[in-house]
Design a protein around this ligand. Structure first.
Ligand code: XMP
Length: 319
């Protein structure tokens, strides 16, 4: 019978046996899987793990600070924080097509990661937070998600381009077990129970061309939405929630002045498997509060709309 303390003990022994006295590198995204993998491997080999956190300019508000606080400061994990936002954003300039944006973000990520790996010549292992559902997905070939019309991998190509052995200590775990493990390893509840966040980040939540100014606006609106969901105790009742930046302008009025500003769409869904989803029936008072705060606090936005589309036919993300 499976217990968490047994699992941790065995996993640590296995990691130590595999890695020996070699060093490991891991791409930390701030998501649940890579975070739990980092905490577990750190428990096993301490300073012989180096994490690389790449800021692509498309992260949520204060994401980098939170990751650094949790891992570098609280857990004492070695984390290299790479601010590559300028590089990502300039590569994205003028690009509007969603799949092309994904490819660019994926490619630059691999380049940046490779450059960081080259600075760690003693690293022999690439650790990844691959979990059991990911394993079945790639073994099964044409599973539903693999056949999806969107390219879903932000780190695709990483193992192939680096001459490193793969370390995947979560390969046998389901998501709920990964979460339980994260808690047992001392990760914060909010990190372990956070909604999924796509690899291309805000890059696919800013429709069309990505600009730093749009990303800054969207980050603020998104943070307000998430903050209000948490306060109203709705965060854990939805599977995913976020704001989307619409690069169109509509007319509004502020005092006696006419405004002509951008639109923010809110999306919140409930789903079991992310293959189909219902839009969440959030209380009107909550939506009103979010709208009020975004329009008053976020410069450049004068209108907020709520997405009432199911999947299918809409997807969860807008791109
Ligand atoms: P869709 O929009 O296809 O999203 O209904 C289903 C789930 O997948 C996530 N998603 C992505 N995750 N890279 C990722 O890592 C991507 O390019 C990507 N596109 C969508 C989405 O956030 C949702 O959880």
């Amino acid at each position: 019978d499976w217990t968490m303390p047994d699992f941790i003990g065995e996993a640590i022994a296995r990691i130590r046996a595999q890695v020996g006295d070699e060093e490991v590198i891991l791409g930390l995204s701030g998501g649940v899987d890579s975070s739990v993998a980092a905490a577990l491997i750190h428990r096993a080999i301490g300073d012989r793990l180096t994490c690389v956190f790449v800021d692509n300019g498309l992260l949520r508000l204060n994401e980098a600070e939170q990751v650094m606080a949790t891992f570098a400061r609280n857990l004492g994990v070695k984390v290299i924080h790479v601010d590559a936002s300028e590089r990502f954003l300039s590569a994205l300039a003028g690009v509007a097509d969603p799949e092309q944006k994904r490819r660019i973000i994926g490619r630059i990520f691999v380049e940046v990661f490779q450059e960081e790996a080259a600075k760690l010549p003693r690293a022999r292992w690439l650790a990844q937070g691959t979990i059991y559902p990911d394993v079945i997905e790639s073994a099964g070939g044409k599973t539903k998600k693999a056949a999806s019309i969107k390219s879903h991998h932000n780190v695709g190509g990483l193992p192939e381009t680096l001459n490193l052995k793969l370390l995947e200590p979560l390969r046998e775990l389901f998501k709920d077990e990964v979460r339980e493990l994260g808690i047992a390893l001392g990760l914060p509840h909010d990190m372990v129970y956070r909604h999924p966040f796509p690899g291309p980040g805000l890059g696919v939540r800013i429709l069309g061309e990505v600009k730093r100014e749009y990303a800054d606006t969207l980050r603020q609106a998104d943070a307000i939405f998430i903050d209000e969901l948490r306060r109203a105790d709705w965060y854990d009742k939805v599977s995913q929630a976020f704001a989307v930046f619409l690069p169109v302008r509509s007319v509004g009025v502020m005092g006696d002045a006419r405004t002509y500003e951008h639109v923010i769409a809110l999306r919140a869904v409930q789903t079991q498997d992310f293959m189909t989803a219902h839009w969440a029936e959030l209380p009107h008072a909550l939506l009103a509060q979010v709208s009020h705060r975004i329009i008053n606090e976020v410069a450049g936005v004068n209108r907020v709309v709520y997405d009432i589309s199911g999947k299918p036919p809409a997807t969860i993300e807008w791109e």
